[in-house]
Design a protein around this ligand. Sequence first.
Ligand code: URA
Length: 248
Amino acid sequence: MRLILDNARRLQYLEAMGIDVWISKTLTQPAQSPPSATESYSLDTPGPSVESDLPEVINWKSLQNEVAVCTKCSLCETRNRTVFGSGNKNADWMLIGEAPGQNEDLQGKPFVGSAGLLLTEMLRAIGLAREEIFITNIVKCRPPGNRNPKPDEIESCRDYLQRQRLLIKPKIILAVGRIAAQTLLKTDEPLSKLRGKLHRLDNTPVVVVYHPAYLLRSLLDKRKAWVDLTFAVQTYKNIEGHYAGIIR
Ligand code: URA
């Protein structure tokens, strides 16, 4: 069967089905020859844009559902709620922390405790609102007593994070704290060696910053955290400048 839907009707259906509608960045960036408003696409031929984005919409929902009922590791036995992540699914910035703590486990949202408050302030200081970016963690369930996540727990969650990354397609990743940095960059180097440098993960720039929970204990390093954040902002501006240069 040949099914033809125009974009507006497709979005209406997805909304009616209770599926979050979000538009890929590839659609919001200026295209060389934008499709006309009346153009429609066929679902059985590979269309230029919306067809390839449809699975993304569905994939996001199924990913959320998979995480919500995950039993891949023993953290599922002690958690109250999984913490999938929150914010803008179409964000340029993706922030990846370590693991939910007590408040996050109770609320099902990342970085909502005291470290989260400081993080929110740090982001605000560089002109970013939490809702603009996507915030998640290496592991989606709280390790008991806030211990570090174990290797098998990190491994169980690796695929979830990878799929989040592939769907969001961030322009820059902030790795928050040692565990996030070492896991993402597959290294044992200490945070002091990893910060202040530009890393890459599958070609996406990664900037390593101090964890706000550490900064709450070590006020002297707040200045270094500011340096890291401004480095991230400069990196992002360079990327944006690069895109602007290509489009012009
Ligand atoms: N620390 C983290 O790394 N993540 C959270 O969500 C909360 C605290």
